[in-house]
Structure formats: structure tokens, C-alpha cells
Write a protein that binds this ligand. Structure first.
Ligand SMILES: Cc1cc2nc3c(=O)[nH]c(=O)nc-3n(C[C@H](O)[C@H](O)[C@H](O)COP(=O)(O)O)c2cc1C
Length: 409
């Protein structure tokens, strides 16, 4: 019997149908206006992607608080003053029956020096010494501030819904504020927000409840979470399974699995074993374990590069959606190309300049991909052969050398 092809089979979430299994994962576009609003370039980028045929497009992280930017050109949504611009963004990204989910985020202490006046975190725990030159000192949030941030997440979700986004995703991965709360290494609190995993989960749990209360039962609410942080006494795989099962019981519509933080950027595949790279998806084993314990729909993101690998993961029931980010910056119509069998295998090389000091820096990769996003935003074609060294040179020429230190996932 021939295996069924699932990549282009629709998938029913609670109240909606997603037209296929391609789930474009968040990429911080850094394409907002000076005032942190959606720009024409950002809107054009999403129109292009929507026409390219993905089932779901998740936006790059949108900040819930202007005082807590992750990088200078992030979009911020905290009031309805410019909702018309957000409506235009939503209209563009939902063309062609596409679902557009806004990823909502607060960076906590994972923000580069000079971007914010003050970095906040669950506890005043500094990063490891090698990273301290990039990050400002942080201070612990008060209980009142924690409650205020929870409300901000809910408010951003409500505004996104009003603007016409068809769902939201809470960013609980990659070392940002929610992920800091989940981690025993970064959360040393002794009140109800710290200690046991039940307490460390409370911040995410309350955000989820507040977002759900604002947006109602019929609105998709997703959470992106780490399979693990891959650092000693960080968020473990066991804890991740616990949190995901709790989120599933609470009614989360979809869980996206990733992994790593700035301290260990596993989400980009930097430290993965050759055997994992060969098998494509970096975090698929975690998803497999998860599938045995809960039936919440999941997307696994990181490393998918062949149509065969995607179909195999779906056929084996390891995931329900194929999370995909960097390939969408090089092939904006990737879903269509896969559907029409015009592309079977993506070859994306690691971005290197040949200068080891620069190549050890994960940020080069981000700058290179962001430039591809900016090209699409300007209505140009991506340039897969674009030289990483030239990409770096142009970025520094345009923004000064500090920008290279201020890119983030
Ligand atoms: C330029 C760039 C920006 C990113 N920004 C975000 C982000 O805002 N939120 C997020 O959850 N992940 C972000 N990521 C991580 C991706 O969503 C994804 O987890 C990672 O790239 C691995 O998937 P891939 O192998 O398909 O690229 C970013 C990645 C890149 C390359």
C-alpha cells in the first residue's frame, strides 16, 4: 500500500480548519517603523507569504510593552491607536485562506545593552560570564509588575483579535521572559512564582488564562515552548512534558516545539549531532514522547529540509504540523513549490564569512536571513547566493557595528 501524502491534507483544530500542515514559524522581521508599527514592507512580506500557500503564518515576535523591546525595529501592540495598520497587516497575511497568528512576547532580561533602559527578570540572575558583555544587568520583578505583564499579554492578544489576526501564539521558548520563569536556573524566586515547576509554570498559566478570557473559546491560542533549555539546571525535558500536558488540559489549541536559549542556541541547529541533522527535525524525539502522553496538536520546528522528511514525520504521527522558518526567507512560496513538486530538497548552508571570529557568532545567520526578509518586503526576490560577508558589511554600513550585536531569535 502506498503511504498517504499528508503535507497538503487539511487539519481540523478545535473550531477551525487549517488548509495544510505547513506552519511558518516566527522570524523577528525587524521591519517595523521607527515608532514600532507595521510598515509597508512588513505588510508586503506577509502578503507574499500568504500567497505562497502556507496553512499558518506565525508573525515574528510582537512586543506587549513598549518599554520592553527586544530589538529596535520590533512591532509593539499595546493600544488601539494605530489599529488600522494592524488591520492592513492582518488582511495581507490572511489572504488565500491562510491563518495568521501573532506571536506575543516580552524579552525579560534577554535584550541587548542599549535597547532598553532597564532589563527585568524573575530574579536578578546574570547571564554566564561570556554573555555578560552583551546584556545589561537585570533586576527582579515585583509581584505587582508580574501581574501587570500578564495583563499586557492579554491586552495585546485582544487587540490582535480585533485587528483581524486569526490567532495568537505566546512565546514561551528561547530564553525570553516566560522561558526565564520556567527555568530553575533563572527563576530563583521564593514566592508563588518560583520554586517547584508548578510555581514556575504559574506565570505562563496565568498568561494563558488571561489571553483566553480576553479572546474567548473560539480563538486559537498557541504556545511555543522549549523541549529543553540544554543547560545545567535549566528547563528540563521532563519539566517541558509536564508543562505541555498542563497546557493541553487547559485547552491550548496548538503547541509548537523548539529548544535552546541564547546560552545554547540549539533552535538554529548549531550544536546538533550529525545523526540528528541527517534525520532533519532537531526536536522530533521530544515530540514523539509527547505524542504518547497527550493528544494536543503539535508543530515541531527546526531543521526540516526535505519534502520526504516532512511527509515521514507526519506519516509516523510524530507531529501534526511542520514548523519551518529559515527556508521561508529564501523560498517565500515554499508550500506551493512543494505541492507542485518543484522542490524536493532545500539546501541552506550555514552562513559563514571564513573569518572564525565572526563565524562563531550566531548573529551573522540572523542578519543574513533578515536581509532576505527585507528584500521580500521591498518586492524583490530573495538572493540565496548572497555573500554572508557582504551581508555583514552592508548591515554595518547602514546601522553601525552595534546592530550586529543586537539581533536575536
Ligand atoms: C532571523 C530569525 C528570526 C527569528 N525570530 C524568532 C522569533 O521572533 N520568535 C521565535 O519564536 N523564533 C524565532 N526564530 C526561530 C525560528 O522560529 C525557528 O525556531 C528556527 O529558525 C529553526 O527553524 P528552521 O530550521 O526552520 O529555521 C528566528 C529565526 C531566525 C532565523
Amino acid at each position: 500500500m502506498n503511504k498517504p501524502f499528508l503535507l497538503f491534507q487539511p487539519y481540523p483544530l478545535k473550531n477551525i480548519i487549517i488548509k495544510n500542515r505547513i506552519f511558518k514559524s516566527a522570524m523577528s522581521e525587524a521591519l517595523a517603523t521607527e515608532d514600532n508599527l507595521p510598515s509597508d514592507k512588513l505588510i508586503r512580506l506577509y502578503r507574499t507569504w500568504a500567497r505562497g500557500g502556507a496553512g499558518v503564518l506565525v508573525t515574528g515576535n510582537v512586543m506587549v510593552d513598549r518599554k520592553a523591546l527586544g530589538e529596535r525595529r520590533n512591532v509593539v501592540l499595546e493600544n488601539d491607536r494605530h489599529l488600522t495598520l494592524f488591520k492592513k497587516w492582518a488582511e495581507a497575511g490572511t489572504e488565500n485562506g491562510t491563518h495568521l497568528w501573532m506571536q506575543i512576547n516580552h524579552p525579560g532580561k534577554q535584550v541587548f545593552k542599549g535597547v532598553v533602559d532597564e532589563a527585568v527578570a524573575p530574579s536578578a540572575v546574570p547571564f554566564e560570564p561570556s554573555l555578560q558583555k552583551f546584556f545589561p544587568k537585570c533586576r527582579a520583578l515585583t509581584g505587582e509588575e508580574i501581574t501587570a505583564i500578564i495583563k499586557k499579554f492579554a491586552e495585546t492578544a485582544r487587540l490582535a483579535q480585533n485587528a483581524g489576526f486569526s490567532g495568537v501564539q505566546i512565546h514561551a521558548a528561547h530564553g525570553y521572559l516566560v522561558s526565564q520563569f520556567l527555568s530553575n536556573k533563572h527563576n530563583r524566586r521564593t514566592d508563588e512564582w518560583g520554586g517547584s515547576i508548578k510555581n514556575r509554570f504559574r506565570f505562563l498559566q496565568e498568561i494563558y488564562k488571561a489571553v483566553r478570557a480576553e479572546t474567548g473559546e473560539g480563538f486559537p491560542v498557541s504556545v511555543k515552548i522549549n523541549s529543553a533549555d540544554f543547560i545545567k539546571s535549566g528547563f528540563s525535558e521532563h519539566e517541558s512534558l509536564y508543562v505541555i500536558k498542563e497546557l493541553a488540559d487547559m485547552g491550548t489549541d496548538l503547541i509548537e516545539i523548539s529548544g535552546g536559549t541564547y546560552e545554547k542556541p540549539e533552535m538554529t541547529g548549531r550544536n546538533i549531532k550529525p545523526s540528528t541533522a541527517k534525520r532533519e527535525a532537531y526536536f522530533i524525539e521530544h515530540a514523539e514522547r509527547l505524542k504518547k502522553e497527550t493528544d494536543v496538536p503539535i508543530a515541531v520546528t527546526g531543521g526540516f529540509r526535505t519534502k520526504e522528511g516532512m511527509e515521514e514525520a507526519l506519516f509516523r504521527g510524530k507531529t501534526d504540523f511542520i514548523g519551518i522558518a529559515r527556508p521561508m526567507a529564501v523560498y517565500p512560496a515554499l508550500p506551493q513549490l512543494l505541492k507542485e513538486n518543484k522542490l524536493q530538497k532545500l539546501t541552506l548552508t550555514q552562513k559563514k564569512t571564513g573569518i572564525s571570529l565572526l563565524d562563531d557568532h550566531a548573529m551573522l545567520e540572523l542578519t543574513w536571513y533578515s536581509q532576505q526578509l527585507a528584500r521580500i518586503g521591498k518586492g524583490k526576490r530573495p538572493k540565496p547566493a548572497f555573500s554572508p560577508l557582504l551581508s555583514l558589511f552592508l548591515t554595518v554600513l547602514k546601522n553601525g557595528s552595534e546592530v550586529f550585536q543586537k539581533r536575536r531569535v
